[in-house]
Design a protein around this ligand. Structure first.
Ligand code: SF4
Length: 233
């Protein structure tokens, strides 16, 4: 079984509950969403280079794991990202890959692979993953594609390692996030970040102080502050 891999690199996790943790990033090619594109507004996706399904080279599960393990002798966090790693046939591949990782590492801190997913793909039957799931707010132009069952599932599963991410473009987005949190009863690991270049992070920080939402935390994209807008860092 093979999948198209855009890049694999070793760095620090830049966002969310695993912020700052050494992590191997496995970026799969392809995503059908186009976040930020709304009439005259531009794509805001950081990984436009990975949106095509063909943007990379074919690799097997064993080749990916060998590459992951080449970076460190001790097990590190693995982040499956994209593109969208759970779209189409990639979902089956990721389910098998994360099972293989789990069987190999079940005694380590990183037995469960972290998966960044866009909120559209169904996550409910995936056992060996922890999720960084986006809820796409109106400013992304993608909110109508959100799968409500995913967020009920996250609430019910109550895994302290899962997180829900809100990328906020403006105050209307922030206000909508409050409604979403209430609708699904979300109350842990609610990660807020601002759209780079569109919203001043300090403004979002002020809104979070104003509302003091249980379970919410501000996140800044660490890698951009350490290394700028470079790829593979
Ligand atoms: S879902 Fe993620 S990868 Fe796809 S366009 Fe949006 S930000 Fe980019």
């Amino acid at each position: 079984m093979k999948v198209i891999v855009n890049e694999i690199f070793y760095s620090l996790s830049g966002e969310g509950v695993s912020h700052g943790v050494p992590t191997v990033f496995v970026r799969l090619a392809g995503c059908s969403l186009r976040c930020g594109m709304d009439g005259t507004r531009k794509l805001w996706c950081d990984t436009g280079y990975a949106l095509s399904e063909k943007a990379g080279s074919e690799m097997s599960m064993e080749e990916i794991l060998a590459k992951v393990e080449s970076f460190s002798k001790t097990p590190t966090q693995i982040l499956l990202t994209g593109g969208e790693p759970l779209e189409g046939e990639k979902k089956f591949f990721c389910a098998e890959f994360t099972k293989m990782v789990y069987l190999k590492r079940h005694n380590s801190n990183f037995a469960f692979t972290r998966v960044e997913t866009n909120g559209k793909e169904d996550i409910q039957d995936l056992k060996h993953m922890v999720f960084s799931i986006d809820y796409k707010l109106p400013g992304s132009g993608m909110e109508s594609l959100m799968n409500a069952d995913n967020f009920h599932f996250i609430k019910t599963r109550n895994n302290p390692l899962d997180e829900v991410k809100f990328v906020v473009r403006d105050r209307a987005d922030f206000d909508r996030s409050l409604e979403v949190i209430e609708e699904f009863g979300l109350n842990q690991n609610l990660i807020f970040s601002s759209v780079y270049h569109d919203l001043k992070p300090s403004l979002l920080a002020d809104w979070l102080k104003e509302k003091n939402i249980p379970g919410a935390r501000f996140s800044i994209q660490l890698h951009k502050y350490l290394w700028g807008e470079e790829r593979g860092v």
